[in-house]
Design a binder for this molecule. Structure first.
Ligand code: NAD
Length: 291
């Protein structure tokens, strides 16, 4: 069975790595937060540098917060690039800038290593149940070679195009998710202030054209007052920045995304960056003076 190095075992990475272990893959782990990364009791082997993980693996996966962490882990001192063997496949499943994905791809090409950018959608629930949607940039050969792993972690994996195409798709995904949360948060705030029963409203709307997973899951979070992550709003703000940068690069006005990003900034300013991204509802309630 192939040996899979897994670097970054947070809210998403840990359940993804567990699913691979349960499917029979040998897993080699590394996380700077030792408690987060501890899967040794389940049989994973732990290493202390990305270089060591890469040198012992047939496939290396990263699931890290942002572009700087991916650059450091792959290209930095004792990074993946220093240990990785020719023929290994590298998959970054974090959400990062498409330009960083292409930089990593180019650096690994020099080592005769195929790289895929393969960000995911589906959140913690999708990671735990192996139902992620995986959007991939890179070569068909590399995609085909690691498709069995994608099938363990996700319910769909689509090769979108060349290096960076997966990340550009994910930026679009995050725009839709962010603007849909804004829509759900605004409508729930109005309904609450107008005295409408939110549980009944959610139930009714889930049967109609406004139905969405965000109305379903985040609507329930708003009702339950559960704003623990899930997906930290500071990470979603990072994703909105990737989208806004792409809008600037291609001269595409992104009005809705800019508004949502500003709302996220207001939440970060109030020290709630670790909360779930559904906490946009808290801001809307505050603005509308809803208890
Ligand atoms: P997280 O903060 O829970 O986990 C990130 C992990 O990376 C942490 O355990 C951290 O200790 C580790 N880490 C950071 N720097 C490191 C380094 N240099 N070396 C080794 N480990 C390091 O974040 P998450 O929610 O799991 O998200 C990971 C990525 O997936 C992000 O890019 C995020 O945008 C994306 N994502 C998250 C969700 C979600 O719902 N949480 C959904 C889709 C995509």
């Amino acid at each position: 069975m192939k040996k899979v190095g897994f670097i970054g075992l947070g809210i998403m990475g840990k359940p993804m790595a567990i699913n691979l272990m349960d499917a029979g893959y040998a897993i080699l782990v590394l996380d700077t937060n030792k408690a987060a990364g501890d899967l040794t009791h389940k049989g994973a082997e732990a290493f202390s540098t990305p270089k060591e993980v890469a040198s012992h693996s047939d496939i290396v996966i990263t699931m890290l917060p942002d572009s700087p962490e991916v650059e450091e882990v792959v290209l930095g001192k004792d990074g993946v690039v220093e240990g990785i063997k020719e023929g290994t496949i590298f998959i970054d499943m974090s959400t990062i800038a498409p330009s960083t994905a292409r930089k990593v791809y180019d650096a690994l090409q020099e080592k005769k290593v195929q790289a895929l950018d393969a960000p995911v959608s589906g959140g913690q629930v999708g990671a735990e149940s192996g139902n992620l949607s995986i959007m991939v940039g890179g070569s068909q050969d590399a995609f085909d070679a690691v498709k069995p792993l994608f099938d363990v972690m996700g319910k769909s994996a689509v090769l979108i195009g060349d290096a960076g195409a997966g990340q550009m798709t994910k930026a679009c995904n995050q725009m839709i998710v962010g603007m849909t949360i804004q829509a759900v948060a605004e409508s729930f705030t109005l309904a609450k202030k107008a005295g409408v029963n939110l549980e009944k409203m959610r139930e009714a709307l889930l049967g109609g054209f406004a139905q969405s997973r965000i109305l379903d899951l985040h609507g329930q979070r708003i009702i339950d007052r559960n704003f623990e992550p899930g997906f930290k709003i500071k990470l979603h703000r990072k994703d909105m920045n990737i989208a806004l940068e792409a809008g600037k690069e291609f001269s595409v006005p992104l009005y809705g995304s800019a508004l949502v990003a500003s709302h996220m900034d207001a939440i970060l300013a109030s020290g709630k960056g670790e909360k779930d991204h559904s906490s946009i509802a808290l801001l809307m309630e505050e603005l509308a003076k809803v208890d």
